[in-house]
Design a protein. Structure first.
Length: 109
């Protein structure tokens, strides 16, 4: 399977937006779209793993599809605001590792 880095993801989304999408929606619109997509993701998860019984059509979209939709909009927001997701992710991992190194040691699951 083709390897895809976060930089590849951002570049491919940018290429698509410029060649096919004809430009980015404004950040506020993309924020609303991200909210919509997280709602769609929540719908799949609550019906697949939670107590809700699916209505007809509820599971037409897969968890995989909805996660990818969220990832797409995150890449759009990063691209249009100049965020390098690779660097942002490295910083997030460092922050979480330092902050949470011992956080879960004494918790019972
Ligand atoms: Mg979706």
């Amino acid at each position: 399977m083709e390897q895809l880095t976060l930089a590849d993801l951002q570049r491919r989304v940018d290429d698509w937006i410029r060649e096919i999408g004809k430009g980015y929606f404004p950040p506020l619109a993309n924020m609303a779209i991200l909210t919509e997509e997280t709602g769609e993701l929540a719908r799949v998860i609550v019906r697949k793993y939670g107590p809700q019984v699916p209505k007809p059509g509820d599971l037409d979209k897969s968890l995989e599809e909805e996660l990818a939709d969220v990832l797409w909009v995150v890449a759009c927001l990063a691209n249009q605001t100049g965020v390098d997701l690779t660097e942002a992710f490295r910083k997030a991992m460092k922050k979480k590792t330092e902050r949470d190194r011992t956080r879960f040691r004494n918790t019972e699951s």
